[in-house]
Design a protein around this ligand. Structure first.
Ligand code: NAD
Length: 429
């Protein structure tokens, strides 16, 4: 098929590259000219394992193009995918500006029969809004169907997730659009759920809200473990053997972040409230998540006798999780901010986060995990990169001013660290 992807970020670029890999002719349309120039020259603007190879291969095969002009690719496309941001607005609701502007641009360019597919995470009713905009601006002889096809990929394993989805959700009232999208996704051999657009939109929000709930739940249990002397790792394992609970997403830490969970929880709370339902459970999830950052700061303070004035903190990791360069809503950045406010000097290291993030946070960037620790009073692990997990802690002896580790991800081997003479503080263990 001929496909146009609107928005070439984490979702759009992965979607475009993977759909080209499946044999389609894909043009990615992006408003950011610098990004397009970089992509055209073969440089990938994000850190995503496996993506560069696919983009390179598909560009060479002529199946993947990048452009700033939307008209021609949309006019020729069998399906157009909207993959633009839906950030949190000031009132907690999803800001639909980008989606609406993309829909109007698409409408003006449509030609022949096209399925317009919304992959952005959008409030229930958005497919209807997109359809109305398209019907308003498209020429009257244009045939178009709108579908909601939420994306479930995780940053850090986005290529794998796109090519091996647990399910594909197609939300549309049009049989013809169902035909196009089931054909497109057939090579993935995943179950395809055909539902109404409203149901598809809610499946995405409900999934993210549930996952966020699991994280806040285990963080709350971890905090209780800290008080009671239990080990949250074993508590989570003991819970996980029950198939109704499962092992996934029961890892305590500094709280969830990223460009999805916080904003999607807020948007769902707002949507519920608009219909007169107070989603108190989910408000609690966000409250626990916010407080968890203070829990980590308190651990650092306690480890250094309640004063960080003039103390040097080595920070390992700024990304909101491992294997990504994304720091949007990263708990690491919030914690760094709070540590600076109580007088700490911070030196940070992250293998993928770009320099501009360190600069904007006023952070000294170390060239390696080891260098970050030179002269530090405490090592604070904020992202669970494998590089940190397998770091030879013996190298830190004689490098740090004090042998103290606060491991906000429970990423390190606690007994090994203690055996080397470190004071080790984890989360719930
Ligand atoms: P992103 O910010 O990484 O990328 C969006 C891109 O769209 C940007 O490059 C931006 O310049 C471009 N853009 C904006 N308006 C445009 C327009 N009119 N025409 C062309 N390009 C335009 O965002 P993302 O992380 O890829 O997320 C996109 C959507 O997918 C959001 O709704 C998000 O909630 C959802 N989502 C994200 C993830 C994830 O892990 N990042 C996973 C599932 C769903």
């Amino acid at each position: 098929m001929k496909l146009a992807i609107i928005g070439t970020g984490y979702v759009g670029l992965v979607t475009g590259a993977c759909l080209a890999e499946l044999g389609n002719e894909v043009t990615c349309v992006e408003i950011d000219e610098d990004k397009v120039k970089k992509l055209q020259s073969g440089s990938i603007p994000i850190h995503e394992p496996g993506l560069e190879e696919i983009v390179e291969r598909q560009m060479a095969a002529g199946r993947l193009l990048f452009t700033t002009s939307l008209a021609a690719p949309v006019a020729q496309a069998d399906a157009v995918f909207i993959c633009v941001p839906t950030p949190q607005g000031a009132d907690g609701r999803a800001d639909m500006t980008f989606v609406e502007s993309a829909a109007s641009d698409i409408a003006h360019a449509l030609c022949g029969y096209t399925v317009v597919v919304n992959k952005s995470t959008v409030p229930v009713g958005s497919a209807h809004v997109v359809e109305q905009l398209i019907r308003r601006y498209a020429s009257p002889n244009v045939e178009v169907d709108v579908a909601s096809n939420p994306e479930f990929l995780r940053e850090g394993s986005a290529v794998y997730d796109f090519l091996h989805p647990d399910r594909v959700v197609v939300g549309t009232n049009s049989e013809r659009a169902v035909g196009v999208l089931t054909d497109l996704y057939r090579p993935l051999t995943a179950p395809v759920m055909v539902v109404s657009p409203e149901t598809a939109e809610l499946i995405k929000y409900a999934s993210n809200a549930f996952l966020a709930t699991k994280v806040s739940f285990i963080n709350a249990i971890a905090n209780i473990c800290d008080e009671l002397g239990a080990d949250v790792k074993d508590v989570a394992l003991g819970m996980g053997y029950d198939p109704r609970i499962g092992f996934e997403f029961l890892r305590p830490g500094p709280g969830f972040g990223g460009s999805c969970f916080p904003k999607d929880c807020s948007a769902l709370i707002a949507a519920a409230s608009d219909r007169g339902y107070d989603f108190g459970l989910l408000r609690g999830v966000l409250e626990v998540n916010e407080a968890q950052k203070d829990v980590i700061v308190a651990k650092v303070l306690k480890a250094l006798d309640d004063s960080l004035e003039g103390k040097r903190v080595a920070v390992w990791g700024l990304a909101f999780k491992a294997d990504t360069d994304d720091t949007r809503d990263s708990p690491a950045l919030a914690i760094v901010e709070r540590l600076k406010a109580v007088g700490a000097t911070l030196v940070a290291y992250d293998p993928a986060v770009p320099d501009r993030i360190f600069e904007s946070q006023g952070l000294l960037r170390a060239t390696s995990a080891l260098e970050a620790c030179r002269g530090a009073d405490v090592l604070l692990v904020l992202t669970e990169w494998d590089e940190f997990r397998w770091f030879d802690l013996a190298q830190l002896s004689g490098v740090m001013a004090k042998q103290v580790i606060v491991d906000a991800r429970n990423a390190l081997d606690a007994s090994h660290a203690r055996g080397l003479g470190f004071e080790y503080v984890g989360v719930g263990r």
